[in-house]
Design a protein around this ligand. Structure first.
Ligand SMILES: *[C@@H]1O[C@H](CO)[C@@H](O)[C@H](O)[C@H]1NC(C)=O
Ligand SMILES: *[C@@H]1O[C@H](CO)[C@@H](O)[C@H](O)[C@H]1NC(C)=O
Ligand SMILES: *[C@@H]1O[C@H](CO)[C@@H](O)[C@H](O)[C@H]1NC(C)=O
Ligand SMILES: *[C@@H]1O[C@H](CO)[C@@H](O)[C@H](O)[C@H]1NC(C)=O
Ligand SMILES: [Ca+2]
Ligand SMILES: [Zn+2]
Length: 595
C-alpha cells in the first residue's frame, strides 16, 4: 500500500505540473465573463475586471496524497492549491471554509508580500478527502506594483467620495492587490462609500500609488418592483417602487436565482407567479430586474398592464412572507417552500406555484399544501362584486392570508400537510392566516381594529363578520361562540380575535418595532408575538384544538423567554373565554393561581 501511494502521489504531481501553465491566466479574456462596465456616482464610467476563472470538476473526486488526509481544511486546501497551480505557499492565503453534509468548501486568495489579492481567488470543494471541484483565477505577477503605498488612504478619501457621490462609511480600509485587464497588478486602498439617500454602496479600489479609482464593487444588486408594499393592505393605499426588498439572509441568491438558473421574470427560488400556465410570466420591464407595471383598477384585471402588475405584486408578497417567516423559523429544515434548499435541510423542489387571476373560481382564493418536497399552490381569484372586477392580487391581506396556510400546514405536525384537517384545527388555520395578515399591516404601537378583504368587495366592513378588536362591543366573539359555528372561516374569526388580543397585550407591554420583519432579535411586542406564533406551530400536536394551541403558545414562551409572558398570555386568552379550564367550547375566564 505504501508503495502504491507513493507511486500515485508522483503521478498526481506530474499531472499537476503539466497543468500549471494552463491555470495561470491566459492573455486574452472573454469580456462577458471577466468584465462589467458601469456608470457610477457622478457620471464616472468604470470597467471592473475579474481575471478569468478556470473551473474543473472531478466527478467522484480527485484522490489526494495520503499525507493530506490528517490536515485541517485550511492546510489541506493551501497544500492542494499550491501544488495544483505550482505556486509557493506564501502566495496562497486561506480565506474561509465550512462543512455541510454534502462536503467541505474552502476559499483562498492569491497573496504577494503578505498582501491579498481582491480579484485573484480560488475555491476548492472536498468530499471524503477528495477534491471534487476547483476554481481559480490566480494571475501572474511579473508586472506587479510595489507593495509600499506612495499615497495614504486618508488622502484619497475626499476625491473618492466626490467621484462616487457618497461618504466613506467608516468601515476599516484595507490594502489589496488588484489584477488589471492589461496583465499588470495594482496596489489599492479599498474603501467603502455609501449614500444613504440614493441607496448606493460601493467598495472603491483606489490606486495606492496614483490615487486614481481603478475599480468598484457594487454591493447593491438592484431589483426594482412596483408593488403594494407589505405594510399596505389594499390597492387604494398606492403602489410604490421598491428597490431591493429581498432579504439575503433568507434568500441568499435573491429572488431570481435558484443557484442554477437566473431569471428576468416572476420565477425564482421561492415562487413562480404566473397566469394560466407556468410559461405565462411577467418579464422585467427594463434591464437589471426592473418590474415597473402600474395597476389601473378602472380597467378590467386583464387589461392594460394589470396582469403584469398582478403577477409582480403576487411574486413580491410571497417572497416577502418567505423572507420574514424564514427569520422567525420557517426555514428549509422547518419544511418551507423553496426550489433549492442550499444544503440547509428539508426537501427542496417545492417553491410556491402562484396562479394569479386564476380561472377556476371567483370571489375567493385558496392555498393547497402537500407535504414538504411538493410545491404549494396558491390560486388567487378575481372578485365580481364591483362594476369593474377587482383582483385579489392587489389586496395584500389576501395573499398573506393564503401564504400563511402554507406556513401553518407545514409547521404543524412536521411538514406532512395533514395536520390541520379537523373542523377546529382548520378553523384555527383560517384564524392564523388572518392574524398574520394583520401582523404585516399594523404600523405602530397604536393598534387599530383590523378588517380583512375590504377592497375586493368594496365594503369597509370587509369579508368577516366583525373587525378584529380588543373592544368586546366591536368584536364579541368568545371561545364559546364556536359551539354555534360550523364553518372554518367563522371559527377562524374566533381564533384570530383571540390572537388580536394577545398581540395587543404584547405590543401594549413591549411596544412596536418597525423593523420586525428583518430584525427578529428585538424585544418589542410585535417581535415577541411572531416568535411565539411560529414557535407554537412547531410545538402543537397534529390537529390541535383551541386549548392545545393556547398551551403551545404558553410553552413557546417558556422555551424562548423563560415564561416571562405566561400571565400576560393567560390573561389575554382568558379575556375571550380561553382561560384555565376552558373545554368543549365552554368559556373559562380563570388564569393560573400564580398570575
Ligand atoms: C423565465 O426565465 C427563465 C430563466 O431565464 C426561462 O427559462 C423561462 O423561459 C422564462 N419564462 C418566461 C415566460 O419568460
Ligand atoms: C430576459 O432574458 C432572456 C434570456 O434569458 C432574454 O432573451 C430576454 O430578452 C430578456 N427579456 C427582457 C425583457 O429583458
Ligand atoms: C416606472 O415607469 C414610469 C412610467 O413609465 C416612469 O416614469 C418611471 O421613471 C419608472 N420608474 C422606474 C424605477 O423604472
Ligand atoms: C391611533 O389610531 C387611531 C385610528 O387610526 C387614530 O384615530 C388615533 O389618533 C391614533 N392615536 C395616536 C396616539 O396616534
Ligand atoms: Ca421544502
Ligand atoms: Zn383561508
Amino acid at each position: 500500500m505504501v508503495v502504491f501511494n507513493k507511486f500515485f502521489a508522483s503521478v498526481f504531481l506530474a499531472i499537476v505540473y503539466a497543468s500549471v501553465s494552463d491555470a495561470i491566466i491566459a492573455p486574452s479574456y472573454s469580456r462577458h465573463s471577466t468584465r462589467r462596465s458601469r456608470n457610477v456616482g457622478r457620471g464616472l464610467q468604470l470597467d471592473t475586471f475579474h481575471p478569468e476563472t478556470k473551473f474543473e470538476t472531478f466527478g467522484a473526486g480527485l484522490q489526494q496524497p495520503a499525507s493530506l488526509a490528517p490536515l485541517s481544511l485550511k492546510d489541506a486546501t493551501v497544500s492542494f492549491v499550491k501544488s495544483r497551480l505550482g505556486v509557493d505557499a506564501t502566495e496562497v492565503a486561506f480565506k474561509n471554509g465550512y462543512t455541510t453534509k454534502s462536503g467541505k468548501f474552502a476559499y483562498v486568495k492569491q497573496l504577494h508580500n503578505d498582501i491579498p489579492f481582491a480579484n485573484a481567488v480560488a475555491n476548492v470543494a472536498w468530499k471524503d478527502n477528495k477534491v471534487v471541484s476547483f476554481g481559480a483565477s490566480f494571475v501572474n505577477t511579473d508586472n506587479i506594483a510595489s507593495s509600499t503605498p506612495s499615497v495614504t488612504v486618508e488622502s484619497t478619501i475626499p476625491k473618492t467620495e466626490e467621484a462616487l457621490d457618497g461618504k466613506y462609511n467608516g468601515h476599516p480600509a484595507s490594502l489589496e492587490y488588484l489584477a488589471r485587464p492589461d496583465g499588470s497588478v495594482s496596489l489599492t486602498h479599498v474603501i467603502q462609500i455609501q449614500n444613504e439617500e440614493t441607496g448606493t454602496w460601493f467598495e472603491a479600489f483606489v490606486d495606492a500609488h496614483s490615487g486614481e479609482i481603478v475599480s468598484v464593487t457594487d454591493f447593491v444588486s438592484d431589483a426594482t418592483y412596483k408593488v403594494l408594499p407589505i405594510t399596505k393592505e389594499t390597492f387604494p393605499e398606492g403602489q410604490e417602487i421598491l428597490v431591493d426588498p429581498q432579504d439575503l439572509l433568507a434568500s441568499p441568491l435573491g429572488w431570481h436565482d435558484d443557484g442554477t438558473t437566473k431569471t428576468n421574470n416572476t420565477s425564482g427560488n421561492n415562487v413562480i407567479a404566473f397566469k394560466g400556465t407556468q410559461s405565462a410570466l411577467t418579464v422585467q420591464s427594463a434591464p437589471d430586474l426592473v418590474f415597473n407595471y402600474t395597476y389601473d383598477d378602472t380597467l378590467a384585471p386583464t387589461d392594460g398592464q394589470n396582469v403584469d402588475a398582478a403577477r409582480t405584486n403576487a411574486f413580491y408578497v410571497i417572497n416577502t412572507v418567505h423572507d420574514y417567516a424564514y427569520r422567525y423559523g420557517f426555514t428549509e429544515a422547518a419544511f418551507n417552500f423553496q426550489a433549492n434548499n442550499f444544503d440547509k435541510g428539508g426537501r427542496g423542489n417545492d417553491r410556491v406555484l402562484m396562479s394569479v387571476q386564476d380561472g377556476s373560481g371567483t370571489n375567493n382564493a385558496n392555498f393547497a399544501t402537500p407535504a414538504d418536497g411538493q410545491s404549494g399552490t396558491c390560486r388567487m381569484f378575481v372578485w365580481t362584486r364591483t362594476p369593474v372586477r377587482r383582483d385579489g392580487d392587489l389586496e395584500n391581506d389576501i395573499i398573506v392570508h393564503e401564504m400563511t396556510h402554507g406556513i401553518t400546514n407545514r409547521m404543524t405536525g412536521g411538514g406532512t400537510g395533514r395536520c390541520l384537517q379537523t373542523t377546529e384545527a382548520g378553523g384555527m388555520g383560517e384564524g392564523w392566516s388572518d392574524a398574520m395578515a394583520e401582523w404585516t399591516e399594523q404600523k405602530s404601537a397604536n393598534i387599530t381594529d383590523y378588517v380583512m378583504g375590504q377592497y375586493v368587495i368594496n365594503s369597509a366592513a370587509g369579508i368577516r363578520t366583525h373587525p378584529y378588536s380588543t373592544d368586546p362591543a366591536v368584536n364579541p366573539l368568545r371561545y364559546s361562540s364556536i359551539a354555534n359555528l360550523n364553518e372554518v372561516h367563522n371559527i377562524g374569526e374566533v381564533w384570530a380575535n383571540l390572537l388580536h388580543n394577545v398581540y395587543a397585550a404584547l405590543v401594549g407591554k413591549y411596544g412596536f418595532s418597525s423593523t420586525a420583519r428583518t430584525n427578529p432579535e428585538g424585544t418589542e411586542g410585535n417581535i415577541v408575538y411572531l416568535h411565539l406564533f411560529i414557535d407554537a406551530l412547531a410545538l402543537q400536536p397534529c390537529n390541535p384544538t383551541f386549548v392545545s394551541a393556547r398551551d403551545a403558545w404558553i410553552q413557546a414562551d417558556a422555551n424562548r423567554y423563560g415564561g416571562v409572558n405566561k400571565c400576560l398570555l393567560w390573561t389575554a386568552f382568558a379575556s375571550r373565554g380561553l382561560g384555565v379550564g376552558a373545554a368543549n367550547f365552554r368559556d373559562a375566564s380563570a388564569v393560573p393561581s400564580d398570575c
